[in-house]
Design a protein. Structure first.
Length: 511
């Protein structure tokens, strides 16, 4: 199933056939090369005439500008500047290579029948991780008569997947195994300190009295399991209903893992309901989990609220970004865009807002965390997603969300104090960056598409479309390791068993 070294050009560039000398721009010279469309990668011609010094491309509907010193690129690649109306922007050569396509399983569970809260329980949440030279995928086995928790592993330089089946099976909506609950995804945490693998799964605000054996589900491996030669169930201890004895683990939903700069695992989840919930965190130091720490306290606020967001770790700091769902709010679901950060590796102190103002935890009144109000931008008032966040190398800050089907982008450059907001021309998808280029990766008509904009801007353009894929995907999630981006996606279809693939992309850019 592996396809390597499939090269797709992702920007307009010139591949010169010879080293070019000095050019007299007034003579309108003809240049031979290979021209490609930046949006589709289609070849569009070999010869263009430089017009003092712009080239107008009818197929691209834009001007191309040739550099004054083409020999600066050693004659192999000519950098191109795109002229759009009244702005002039420098583009760097960007190559996106599809290096591998892998089938993880043909039998990932999909809720094609009766379901609550959506049909997708696989290829989402924190069920996809990379650790060292290994990829890990946690998933539920289809169909509904099965529903076992599975954990698959593959070395990045090998073709074969090894899979462990656990005894636990998806509990179903409120304990009904024939009704799926899409909230109950699996999250993987892997400790860099001791190589233990941690799984949290199949939880949606359950109490011990309701489900004494399944209200909180946790498996942990022996040390070194992440890279162990043998891959089987003997690497894991039996399921337990706690991380640390004596702590409360009832009414937990949305478990996730992060790793701090000391190699410690941070687990976070919500306790409570959608309009009255709190975030709690705990830390694994290679020996044990710390006592639970309440990071937010929506139950104690007035009005009460529940958090919908995520905790990220980037540039030696934690970043909390969220929407809130308030009791009695005129907004039908979430509202507000809130942010806080800390350099404390425990994430228990030192929190500040975007302007550097100190904040007390647990967070109750969110006004000092507020970036903006997406529901008051005139595009609608319905937010059913968690916001995205990105901090680039040059200090540009980007947030993304979706309001009533409209993609919204909050952004500011490193020297700006106020946020700009874009509600048009913004693609769907999750954020990542390479240097000071910001990308959004998404699925359109079943295929992967990647967009890019300079950091601190909202000038999105399509730079990649995976036109060579023979499969179409309904949804997926991503992990990154350096210049490699891995996509885990489930096929489109309406069966209780659907295939799930991983596609590996390499992104390279010149200086």
């Amino acid at each position: 199933m592996k396809l390597r070294n499939v090269l797709l050009k992702s920007v307009i560039f010139l591949n010169l056939s010879a080293v070019l000398g000095a050019i007299n721009w007034n003579s309108y010279p003809t240049v031979e090369g290979n021209f490609f469309r930046r949006d589709t990668g289609d070849f569009i011609g070999e010869v263009f005439t430089l017009a003092a010094p712009y080239i107008w491309s009818e197929s691209l509907q834009r001007y191309l500008y040739f550099p004054e010193d083409p020999t600066a690129t050693d004659g192999h690649w000519a950098k191109v500047i795109f002229h759009d109306y009244d702005s002039l922007r420098v583009e760097r050569r960007l190559n996106i290579t599809v290096e591998s396509r892998e089938r993880v399983t043909d039998d990932a569970l999909y809720f094609s029948g009766e379901v609550q809260f959506g049909r997708n329980i696989n290829a989402r949440g924190g069920g996809f991780r990379i650790h060292g030279d290994y990829l890990f995928v946690a998933w539920y086995h289809g169909g509904m008569e099965n529903r076992h928790v599975m954990l698959s592993r593959r070395h990045i330089n090998e073709d074969e997947w090894s899979t462990i089946q656990f005894p636990h099976r998806h509990i179903g909506f409120r304990g009904n195994p024939m009704i799926g609950d899409a909230h109950n995804w699996i999250s993987i945490g892997i400790s860099p300190i001791d190589g233990t693998i941690h799984l949290l799964y199949d939880m949606h605000a359950y109490t011990e009295s309701e489900f004494p054996d399944d209200f909180f589900n946790y498996n942990v491996s022996v040390p070194g399991a992440a890279t162990a030669e043998n891959w089987d169930i003997s690497l894991f201890n039996d399921k337990q209903n706690y991380l640390r004895e004596g702590e409360n683990y009832e009414r937990v939903t949305y478990p996730t893992f992060r790793v701090n700069n000391e190699g410690e695992l941070i687990a976070m989840w919500r306790i409570g309901g959608h309009t009255s919930g709190s975030y709690h965190i705990t830390r694994y130091d290679g020996e044990e989990w710390t006592p639970n720490f309440r990071l937010s306290h929506g139950q104690g606020a007035n009005p009460r609220w529940g958090p919908y967001g995520s905790l990220r770790f980037a540039q030696d700091a934690f970043h909390l970004v969220l929407h809130a769902r308030y009791q009695g709010s005129p907004a039908p679901l979430q509202s507000g865009l809130y942010y806080a950060t800390t350099v404390d590796p425990t994430a228990e102190s030192g929190w500040e807002n975007i302007d550097g103002q100190s904040l007390e935890v647990p967070f109750m009144d969110l006004r000092d965390l507020k970036i903006g109000e997406p529901t008051e931008l005139g595009v609608g008032d319905r937010i059913s997603v968690s916001p995205g966040f990105l901090l680039t190398d040059n200090g540009s800050v980007h947030f993304s969300t979706v309001v009533s089907g409209t993609n919204v982008h909050y952004y500011r450059g490193p020297d700006e104090e106020e946020f700009n907001v874009a509600t048009s021309g913004v693609p769907d998808g999750s954020l990542f960056s390479l240097g000071n280029i910001v990308f959004k990766r998404t699925i359109q008509e079943g295929r992967i598409r990647i967009y890019a904009t300079p950091a601190g801007r909202s000038e999105w353009e399509s730079v990649f479309l995976d036109r060579h894929s023979t499969a179409t995907y309904s949804h997926g999630t991503w992990v990154r390791s350096g210049n490699m981006i891995y996509f885990l996606g489930q096929h489109q279809g309406n069966s209780e068993r659907l295939p799930m693939d991983i596609i590996g992309f390499r992104i390279e850019m010149d200086n």
